[in-house]
Design a binder for this molecule. Structure first.
Ligand code: SF4
Length: 334
C-alpha cells in the first residue's frame, strides 16, 4: 500500500497539539481519518498463542515471562509443531484471520529455526495469515522466516527512547530498531507498538508514537497495550492510567498512522465494553481474540462477538488476494 504518511515527519510539538485537543475534537478528527482509510465498522481479529512460555533472560519490568521475577508462571518448552497447528485450526474455526505465535526468548536459537519454519508453513497452508514474536532477529533469521511465508513480525518499541532504560536494561532501543529494520529488509510486514501505563509521562507516550509514525514505512500493525499489572513484576503496584488518556493514545496513533491497523491489545480484559467502544470510535480496528493473550487473561471469544454485535461491528475478512509481501527491492522495527 502506498504510504502517504511515510514522507510525513511528525514533530513532538505537532503530536502534543493533538493530545491537547478537546477530547471530542480529537475523537472527531481520528474518526474522520479512520473513515478515509478503513471501513469504520470492521475490526480485524487475531489470535495469539504462546508457543514457548516463561524463563526469558530479559528483564522487561512489565513481563511475567522474565525469569527474573517470581510470578508463579509455569515455564514451558517450545511447543511441538502439530500442537501449534491444532490450535491454529481452532482459532480459524472461531473466526480469526491471523494467527500470532509468541515465544519468550531473547532471540531464537538456530536449533529452533526448523520447527518455527514448519509452524509458519503449516499455519499458512490453513489459509491464515501468520505472525510471530520471537525477540531479536539477525538478518539471516528474518530472511529465513520471510522465505517460509511469515506475513508479520511483532517487535514492540515499548515506550519512548528516553523512558526505555527505566523499563528494560538487557537490550537497547537500537537493538529493537535493528530487528525491525531486518524484518523490513526481508519483506515482511511490521507489527510494532508499545505499552502505556508503565509510569511514563505523556511526553513518553508522544515519543513512542513519534518513533513509530516517523519510520520510513510505519508499521502496518500498531498494538497499543495497557499495562497488565502482574503480581511479582516490578510494575505491579502502579496506579491505573486515566482511561481517557488511553483513548487519546489510540486516537493520536490513528491520526499519525492512518493506514495502519491500530490494535487494542493487552489490558482489554479489564476494560469495560464502553471503554472498548470508545477505542473503536477513536480508530482502533484490530483486537486479539481468544482466551489467552500470551500468559494473561483475555476476554473470552463469545463476549467479544457479543460486543461486536451490540456495536454493529463485523470481523474484517482476510482479503481474497492478500498483498502479503512487499517487494523489498522497490522500497527502501516482545
Ligand atoms: S517482553 Fe519478551 S523479551 Fe521481555 S521479558 Fe517478556 S518475553 Fe522476554
Amino acid at each position: 500500500m502506498a504510504t502517504t504518511q511515510s514522507t510525513m515527519r511528525w514533530t513532538r510539538d505537532a503530536i502534543q497539539a493533538l493530545f491537547d485537543l478537546p477530547f471530542n475534537d480529537l475523537l472527531f478528527r481520528a474518526q474522520q481519518v479512520h473513515r478515509d482509510h478503513f471501513n469504520p465498522n470492521e475490526v480485524q481479529v487475531s489470535t495469539l498463542l504462546s508457543i514457548k512460555t516463561g524463563a526469558c533472560p530479559e528483564d522487561c519490568k512489565y513481563c511475567p515471562q522474565s525469569a527474573r521475577y517470581d510470578t508463579g508462571l509455569e515455564k514451558e518448552q517450545l511447543m511441538e509443531v502439530q500442537k501449534v497447528l491444532e490450535q491454529a485450526g481452532r482459532a480459524k474455526q472461531t473466526g480469526a484471520t491471523r494467527f500470532c505465535m509468541g515465544a519468550a526468548w531473547r532471540n531464537p536459537k538456530e536449533r529452533d529455526m526448523p520447527k518455527l519454519l514448519a509452524m509458519i508453513q503449516g499455519v499458512r497452508d490453513m489459509g491464515l495469515e501468520t505472525c510471530m514474536t520471537l525477540g531479536m532477529l539477525s538478518e539471516a533469521q528474518a530472511q529465513a522466516l520471510a522465505e517460509a511465508g511469515l506475513d508479520y513480525y511483532n517487535h514492540n518499541l515499548d515506550t519512548s527512547p528516553e523512558f526505555y532504560g527505566d523499563i528494560i536494561t538487557t537490550r537497547t532501543y537500537q537493538d529493537r530498531l535493528n530487528t525491525l529494520s531486518h524484518v523490513r529488509t526481508a519483506g515482511m510486514k511490521v507489527c510494532s507498538g508499545g505499552i502505556v501505563g508503565m509510569g511514563e509521562d505523556q511526553k513518553d507516550r508522544i515519543g513512542l508514537l513519534q518513533q513509530l509514525a516517523n519510520m520510513p514505512v510505519p508499521p502496518e500493525s500498531v498494538p497499543i497495550n495497557q499495562l497488565v499489572k502482574v503480581s511479582g513484576t516490578p510494575l505491579d503496584h502502579l496506579d491505573d492510567l486515566d482511561p481517557f488518556e488511553f483513548v487519546r493514545c489510540i486516537a493520536v496513533a490513528r491520526i499519525l498512522m492512518p493506514e495502519s491497523h491500530v490494535r487494542l491489545s493487552a489490558g482489554r480484559e479489564t476494560m469495560s465494553d464502553e471503554l472498548q467502544a470508545l477505542c473503536f470510535l477513536a480508530g482502533a480496528n484490530s483486537i486479539f481474540y481468544g482466551e489467552k493473550l500470551l500468559t494473561t487473561a483475555n476476554p473470552v471469544a463469545e463476549a467479544d462477538m457479543k460486543l461486536f454485535a451490540r456495536l454493529g461491528i463485523s470481523p474484517e475478512q482476510r482479503k481474497a488476494k492478500p498483498d502479503l509481501f512487499y517487494d523489498a527491492t522497490a522500497r527502501e522495527a516482545c
